[in-house]
Design a protein around this ligand. Structure first.
Ligand SMILES: Nc1ncnc2c1ncn2[C@@H]1O[C@H](COP(=O)(O)OP(=O)(O)O)[C@@H](O)[C@H]1O
Ligand SMILES: [Mg+2]
Length: 239
């Protein structure tokens, strides 16, 4: 079954076409990557998929439900934004409780879920610590955990490792892979080629608001007769 189905999605702001008739679909359980340099329209696309931003045209279906007509999809998605969305002045546990209440998770379910998430993100010993005191990697893991408290089927990750050192980046990659093994559908944006190639089975390359290529990294290399995804990317964004 298709988890996400996007057809001719567009966003025009003023005179500027920010997202230009983007179409792609993601199967349930797939890890899908949207690769593009800064300003190519990835975040704007994500904001339309999560219902934060109204599309100028086009349609989005989440598990077969059109998000314009049916708001039920909200419980199926978790969104991890580029900037951390937790509160620095709350403890790790308080943050998770806050996000659980926002999503109307019952107290009992929240307790169990938070315990699982703390263990999964390796933050159990930090549950009483103020978020402000966490290291960069821990903050990223907390941010992820906050978006997972309602156990969404689909997770959107917008540039999850930007600005992180290589070790912390690998730690986050491991966590993302673990989540996928637990049957989540994950869509990730990145401008790091290596990140997309390491994590994603399928990738769409975005350039100036448009998807200029879509497929498995192997199929794209074959199609353009190039050895490296880096070269495929360079070839596509030169046009
Ligand atoms: N509200 C807005 N008004 C005008 N321009 C915008 C707005 N939001 C985004 N943009 C522009 O649209 C382009 C794509 O932005 P964005 O979706 O954030 O790209 P990415 O996430 O790939 O870096 C950028 O050039 C950005 O400056
Ligand atoms: Mg962005």
């Amino acid at each position: 079954m298709k988890a996400v189905d996007v057809k001719d999605l567009a966003k025009v702001i003023g005179e500027k076409i920010i997202v230009d008739r983007v179409s792609f679909s993601v199967e349930e359980g797939e890890l899908f990557g949207l690769l593009g340099s800064n300003g190519s329209g990835k975040t704007t696309t994500f904001n339309m998929l999560s219902g934060v931003l109204k599309p100028s045209s086009g349609e989005v279906e989440i598990f077969g439900r059109n998000i314009r007509k049916n708001k039920e999809f909200v419980k199926d998605i978790g969104m991890v934004t580029q900037n951390d969305s937790f509160y620095e002045t709350l403890t790790v546990n308080e943050n998770l409780e806050f996000f659980a209440s926002q999503h109307k998770v019952s107290r009992e379910d929240a307790k169990k879920r938070i315990r699982e998430l703390l263990s999964q993100t390796n933050l159990t010993t930090k549950s009483g610590a103020l978020a402000a005191t966490l290291s960069g990697g821990m903050k990223k893991r907390l941010n992820l955990a906050c978006s997972l408290v309602h156990d969404p089927k689909i997770l959107f990750l917008d540039e999850p490792t930007v600005g992180l050192d290589p070790l912390v980046r690998k730690e986050i990659w491991k966590l993302i892979k673990q989540l996928q093994t637990n049957k989540k559908t994950i869509i990730i944006t990145s401008h790091y080629m290596e990140e997309i190639e390491t994590l994603c089975k399928k990738v769409a390359i975005m350039f100036r608001g448009r998807i200029v290529a879509n497929g498995t990294p192997a199929s794209l290399k074959k199609k353009y007769k190039l050895q490296q995804m880096e070269d495929v990317f360079a070839h596509l964004v030169k046009r």
